[in-house]
Unconditional design. Structure first.
Length: 321
């Protein structure tokens, strides 16, 4: 791995100038870094246990909280990326204490009764919302931005979400339910960027996560005990006017054992206008667009093959930039 492709570890409790310089280099190249010093090891361990309990529960209990056309939250096992079906099953929820969105959360009753699933996920969401805010401040510091920019260009926990991912060996959909489904992709999760500000990701020790560097090569995001993976997302790429890259990443197929991961997706406010930060954009490279419209386009691509490539942040780049 070349020096420009290193995935640095940043101590969020005591970041120094050298760490910020390493973060800056990584975010220019591939958009990934690791966080240590977060103090959340016990919470993370308990969250792994609850996630495993959910995915190992009988199928009828998972299907009981299956997402549908009216509610995108809960369990799902046939999501699409780049018009190919992912080899994974997921469980999604949003801010559990925001009245506007919490009413849509679906909680698996039997798993909840056994391992305190809902209570544990509330604790996880609270802690990672705070950590995501601190991480955004860290990225803004590496960009050299002031307090006013940090206050304006940030995420909103009430519009953010958590996903529990399970990557099995083989197809996650039972044989008798596969008729009419799209074929599985060549990877367990196809290459893509996340749409929001940044993602905090827990990955177990299995491996398989890769990032694409600026030169097109793929970099392994090696599991490192005690750290949380951070990858930048589309809104941050626009805000930084392409100084930083939204992380293009993928997950390779599981061949020997399954894999768990847990991302917290930090998103902008629902009605936010997404555009380059003036201090970083003497010549803006993107036209302004609303987060709401962009997210709707990205979400639509996940549920069905619309006959065209997924919506990308580059669709909003100015032609003469």
């Amino acid at each position: 791995m070349e020096a420009s492709h290193l995935v640095p570890t940043i101590d969020i409790a005591q970041p120094d100038d050298a760490m910020l310089a390493a973060l800056d280099l990584a975010c220019r190249d591939h958009g990934f870094f690791l966080l240590s010093g977060h103090g959340l090891d016990d919470l993370i361990g308990a969250t792994w246990d609850r996630a495993r309990a959910f995915f190992e529960s009988p199928r009828d209990r998972k299907v009981a909280v299956m997402r549908d056309a009216d509610n995108p939250l809960g369990y799902y096992d046939r999501e699409l990326t780049k018009r190919k079906r992912d080899s994974k099953e997921v469980f999604d929820f949003v801010d559990p204490v925001a009245e506007r969105s919490a009413v849509h959360n679906r909680w698996p009753a039997e798993v909840d009764a056994t391992v305190g699933f809902q209570r544990g996920m509330v604790e996880f969401f609270d802690a990672f919302s705070e950590l995501a805010e601190r991480t955004t401040v860290l990225v803004h510091a590496a960009l050299g931005l002031g307090a006013d920019d940090v206050a304006e260009f940030r995420g909103d926990r009430t519009n953010s979400s958590v996903r529990l991912n399970h990557y099995p060996v083989g197809d996650p959909v039972p044989v008798d339910e596969r008729d009419g489904l799209r074929e599985l992709g060549e990877t367990a999760l196809g290459y893509h960027t996340d749409p929001g500000v940044l993602t905090l990701l827990l990955q177990d020790g299995t491996g398989g996560l890769q990032a694409q560097a600026a030169d097109g090569t793929w970099v392994d995001i090696v599991p490192t005990p005690g750290t949380i993976v951070v990858n930048l997302a589309d809104a941050m790429q626009v805000w930084s006017n392409d100084r930083y890259r939204a992380a293009v990443h993928r997950v390779m197929p599981m061949t020997a054992t399954d894999r768990l991961s847990i991302p917290y997706f930090l998103n902008p406010q629902r009605d936010a206008l997404i555009e380059p930060i003036a201090a970083l954009a003497s010549t803006p490279r993107y036209r302004s667009f609303t987060w709401r419209s962009y997210m709707q386009a990205r979400t639509d691509d996940n549920y069905a093959d619309l006959g065209a490539d997924d919506t990308q942040i580059t669709d909003y780049r100015l032609v003469d930039s």
